[in-house]
Design a binder for this molecule. Structure first.
Ligand code: PLP
Length: 389
């Protein structure tokens, strides 16, 4: 990536996730140009919209029906409305440190103690709008159990990032995911997995495919998707169980619509991207490259005498200036922000572009070469040495 002054960067943000093939992949650009020449938007279903929906359904076994929208925010907002409409309940459970876009009811941080109804994190969100949003600590089975014991009959859904990429990189533990699934089923609530960041990136079948390998029969009721399925254009989706999705208008009573949803240019971009990432070995190669990066970073930090914990899955990674991987938001925030800023700026000066905050994940694309990783590690060695002084 080059900035306005012509400086070159190795980009580990990739538009915050969509650019899994890198910037300007020829097959994607060609598909988009073709689509543009045929017209920008019709407000009627087009063939590609159906093809993309079928592609998503083929890749995610838990998704029987899917609705296309324009952003991850819209997708999670609509999934929440659907969950409330389908269950006839109003309370929702989310986890501290998970981000699901900027719908009012989801812009909530934990209240004074955890397992409380939260407070709005943004000006402009009136308290009544978040009064039904219960915020729990990520990876706390105890708080989940407590929440269901107290409010089980009123909980419409639990929404979670399966690997929380909005607090750097924190995996949902197996017991936590398993218990969330069980409690939702027992109490008639829906489990919504937000795969906007992880979907099609950590594995072709998303993070849910990794949990399904370890938890027999595991499947979410609804999945929220975005980023990679649009390949860099405004496109996102939510989908899941047919009996739940049928509550959406026009069949059901839950309203949802969008002038530009399923836009023919965006669907061309998304389809071209999904076809590229289905090439044999794509995610294995992406995962290896990402591993090279994070392990190299860990070694470089250790050589400088700094503690760095790292994790990655497919093309998503995280690292913490902490001796051990954190399990929740409170632990993530124990990272040394000043040291992180030195790392970020030191790398930026050396042409390596990482997210400028310690609570953001990193993204590797298929366009990153071994040479890019080697250059990144060389820069990191120099910066870690400075930080250790
Ligand atoms: N959900 C997750 C997990 C995200 O990471 C994001 C954005 O980063 C969103 C939802 C919101 O998506 P968008 O920015 O497309 O509205």
């Amino acid at each position: 990536m080059w900035d306005a002054e012509g400086r070159r960067y190795i980009d580990y943000i990739g538009s915050w996730g969509p650019m899994i093939l890198g910037h300007g992949h020829p097959a994607v650009l060609e598909a988009v140009s073709q689509a543009v020449s045929q017209g920008l938007s019709f407000g009627a279903p087009t063939e590609r919209e159906i093809e993309l929906a079928e592609e998503i359904i083929a890749l995610l076994p838990s998704v029987e029906m899917v609705r296309l929208v324009n952003s991850g925010t819209e997708a999670s907002m609509s999934a929440i409305r659907l969950a409330r409409g389908a269950t006839g309940r109003s309370k929702i459970v989310k986890f501290e440190g998970c981000y699901h876009g900027h719908a009012d009811a989801l812009l909530v941080k934990a209240g004074s103690g955890l397992a409380t109804f939260g407070q709005a994190t943004s000006a402009g969100v009136p308290a009544p709008v978040v009064q039904d949003t219960l915020v729990l600590a990520y990876n706390s089975v105890e708080q989940l159990e407590q929440a269901f014991a107290q409010h089980g009959a009123d909980i419409a859904c639990v929404i979670m990032e399966p690997i929380a990429g909005n607090m750097n990189f924190v995996r949902a533990s197996l017991p936590f995911m398993q218990r969330a699934r069980q409690l939702c089923s027992e109490h008639g609530a829906l489990l919504i997995i937000d795969e906007v960041m992880t979907g099609f990136r950590v594995a072709l079948g998303g993070a849910q495919s990794l949990y399904a390998q370890q938890i027999p029969g595991f499947a979410p009721d609804l999945t929220v998707m975005g980023k990679v399925i649009g390949g860099g254009m405004p496109l996102a989706a939510f989908g899941g169980r047919r009996d739940v999705m049928e509550h959406l208008a026009p069949q059901g009573g839950v309203y949802q619509a969008g002038t530009l949803s399923g836009n023919p240019v965006a669907t061309a971009c998304g389809l071209a991207t999904l076809r590229q990432i289905q090439q044999p070995g794509f995610h294995a190669r992406l995962g290896e490259r990402t591993q090279q990066l994070v392990q190299g970073l860990q070694t470089a930090a250790a050589e400088a005498g700094l503690a760095l914990s790292v994790d990655s899955e497919g093309g998503l990674f995280g690292f913490f200036l902490l001796p051990q991987l954190p399990q929740n938001y409170q632990q993530v925030m124990q990272s040394d922000g000043t040291q992180f800023n030195r790392l970020f700026h030191g790398l930026l000066e050396r042409g390596v572009y990482l997210a400028p905050a310690l609570y953001e994940a990193g993204f590797v694309s298929a366009a990153h070469t071994e040479d890019d990783i080697a250059q990144t590690l060389e820069a990191a060695r120099a910066v870690f040495r400075q930080m250790a002084q």
